[in-house]
Write a protein that binds this ligand. Structure first.
Ligand SMILES: NC(=O)c1ccc[n+]([C@@H]2O[C@H](COP(=O)([O-])OP(=O)(O)OC[C@H]3O[C@@H](n4cnc5c(N)ncnc54)[C@H](OP(=O)(O)O)[C@@H]3O)[C@@H](O)[C@H]2O)c1
Length: 230
């Protein structure tokens, strides 16, 4: 099925996560066709009508195959949002090379693989927007999550390097840096915290949708703090 040219096609990695589901909802509210990736589970329809497709984003062959399918069925995506990722704590002296590699793979490699899989179709068409989800910790490191912080710094650098590469090709690449997102997992981990100071997933999703909309057409290579009051 090739969708009408007015209907935007958006790919959201980690679309089943706390933030990812809100991103899918924001784009669906605009009438976009949304393909969301999960890690586990079956292919299914998500709560906002997004199409959920399981794929291990560390597997470049599987992600390239998905990109081909999306292109065949929907056309080149208008936007790609890379929200897949996750947090592991550990100071340097507590982090072995395996734990280090696992965080680099989960946060940086997944974004890299998704970008390189979906970018060629955008470059060929001469338009597209990519938004990567970094973390405040990438630019304001704290003690106790060395591999996570390094992996998110790699995401920031990836976004800026891609923005430089695609600047003349009509493709924009920007990075958002959330502080603490108000997710069920964070509430469970910090029950005494002031949840209202955290960033609501829907609010961050709006910022991401704006970075992939025409209103931000002159913004490329930005690293945008989205800190709320946290
Ligand atoms: N939560 C925060 O406070 C916070 C703060 C700063 C930055 N961030 C960043 O924001 C993003 C979203 O966070 P979140 O709290 O929404 O995370 P989440 O709820 O844990 O969701 C993570 C998503 O990534 C997917 N995923 C994990 N490993 C994967 C793999 N190898 N291949 C494919 N998909 C994989 C998961 O799929 P399944 O559902 O199938 O497991 C899920 O959709 C992450 O990049 C995170 O680092 C979060």
């Amino acid at each position: 099925v090739v969708v009408s040219s007015e209907e935007r096609v958006v790919v959201v990695t980690g679309g089943t996560g706390a933030l990812g589901a809100a991103i899918c909802a924001a784009f669906r509210a605009e009438g976009a066709t949304v393909v969301a990736t999960s890690h586990g589970g079956e292919a299914r329809e998500g709560p906002s009508g997004e199409r959920i497709v399981p794929v291990d984003l560390r597997d470049e062959v599987a992600v390239a195959a998905l990109a081909m399918r999306v292109r065949d069925e929907h056309g080149a995506p208008d936007a790609l949002v890379c929200s897949a990722g996750g947090y592991a704590s550990g100071r340097a002296v507590e982090t072995d090379a395996q734990a280090w590699r696992a965080q680099l793979e989960l946060n940086a490699t997944t974004a890299y693989v998704a970008c390189t899989a979906f970018l060629p179709a955008m470059l060929e068409r001469g338009s597209g927007q990519i938004v990567l989800v970094g973390s405040r910790a990438a630019v304001r490191p704290f003690a106790g999550a060395v591999a996570y912080i390094a992996s998110k710094a790699a995401v920031v650098a990836l976004g800026q390097a891609l923005a430089a590469e695609t600047r003349d090709a009509g493709v924009r690449v920007n990075v958002v840096l959330p502080s603490t997102i108000d997710t069920p997992a964070n509430r469970a981990a910090s029950p005494g915290a002031d949840f209202a100071s955290w960033v609501a997933p829907a609010s961050l999703a709006e910022a991401i949708a704006w970075l992939s909309a025409p209103g931000s057409r002159d913004i490329n290579g930005a690293v945008l703090p989205v800190y709320g009051n946290a």
